[in-house]
Design a protein around this ligand. Structure first.
Ligand SMILES: NC(=O)c1ccc[n+]([C@@H]2O[C@H](COP(=O)([O-])OP(=O)(O)OC[C@H]3O[C@@H](n4cnc5c(N)ncnc54)[C@H](O)[C@@H]3O)[C@@H](O)[C@H]2O)c1
Length: 270
């Protein structure tokens, strides 16, 4: 994917100078969001990176500049805060329309039915479900006709998992929200797809595993007591495995794909 192929189909002659493709990415300070930002940067894109962790976001912005981004705008904001997301997109407005929008910010606090507090339940909904709602609400009007929206949800949205019911419920809401919005945005030619990763080696995943090697082994091998079948492909995903699919969905190569929920989990959701 490069800037020209992202823009293909706009009717711009190949010889005309075209501005770099522009994308906004939430959750860009870490893990999967960072990998998406770096992949887009390497294609020469112009980026607006949003995260609530301003320090790490600035470090990633330095990385995207080194990776080849045409420009990187740092937007420190909490996706759960509607006003903050509105203000972030207002700051990005001067850069012109977006070619694509990615929601990757998310939180996970493990908990079963008997130990999930109302507070933990609400935090998951606020960030994982209401966050993408805010992002689409304020971001979609800034996406050009024919652009693309990708929301990073989780395979837990569709496969019941023990010990993460608030997380799974919030991700199911995010997946449904995205596909409903996509139905409405189709009239502007905007495609909306959901990417649902399984275990991926990021800081979020590692907080679940006090011993990273043992944790990865258990995830790959499965656990009948927890009704987990394991990972048929026998490996934990790299953030880049997820970023690859997100960037494909953002590109014009995916121009006839919308309203899809796609697992990237090595077969763990069979
Ligand atoms: N890592 C996995 O195994 C896995 C599996 C399935 C789905 N996911 C999903 O992928 C996405 C990325 O997760 P990751 O593994 O890279 O996690 P991560 O913790 O490495 O990164 C998440 C990023 O989101 C940001 N964030 C959290 N709450 C925010 C808020 N309220 N406002 C703005 N930014 C906020 C964090 O600061 C962080 O930079 C998440 O939506 C997660 O649920 C991850």
């Amino acid at each position: 994917m490069n800037v020209q192929s992202m823009r293909a189909g706009l009717g711009v002659p190949a010889t005309s100078p075209v501005p770099p493709a522009a994308f906004a990415v939430s959750g860009a300070a870490s893990g999967i969001g960072r990998a998406i930002a770096l992949r887009l940067a390497a294609a020469g894109a112009s980026l607006a990176l949003l995260d609530r962790d301003a320090d790490r976001l600035h470090s990633v912005a330095a990385e995207t500049a080194r990776a080849g981004a045409a420009a990187t705008l740092v937007l420190a904001a909490d996706v759960a805060d509607d006003d903050a997301v509105a203000a972030a997109f207002a700051r990005a407005e001067a850069r012109g329309p977006l070619d694509g929008l990615v929601s990757a910010a998310g939180v996970l606090e493990p908990g079963r039915l008997d130990d999930t507090t109302p507070g933990a339940w609400q935090r998951h909904l606020d960030v994982n479900a209401t966050g993408p709602f805010h992002l689409l609400r304020h971001g979609a009007p800034r996406v050009r006709d024919g652009g693309s929206v990708v929301v990073v949800s989780s395979n837990a949205a569709r496969v019941p998992r023990t010990g993460m019911l608030a997380y799974a419920a919030s991700k199911a809401a995010a997946s449904a929200l995205t596909r409903c919005a996509g139905l409405e945005l189709a009239e502007r030619g905007i495609r909306c797809n959901v990417v649902e990763p399984g275990s991926t080696d990021t800081p979020m995943q590692r907080t679940l595993w006090p011993d990273a090697e043992a944790g990865a082994r258990a995830a790959i091998g499965g656990d009948p007591a927890a009704f987990r079948v394991g990972i048929p492909l026998g490996r934990i995903a790299d953030p880049g495995d997820v970023a690859e699919l997100v960037c494909f969905l953002l590109s014009d190569a995916a121009r006839h794909i919308t309203l899809q929920q796609i697992f990237v989990d090595g077969g763990a959701s069979l």
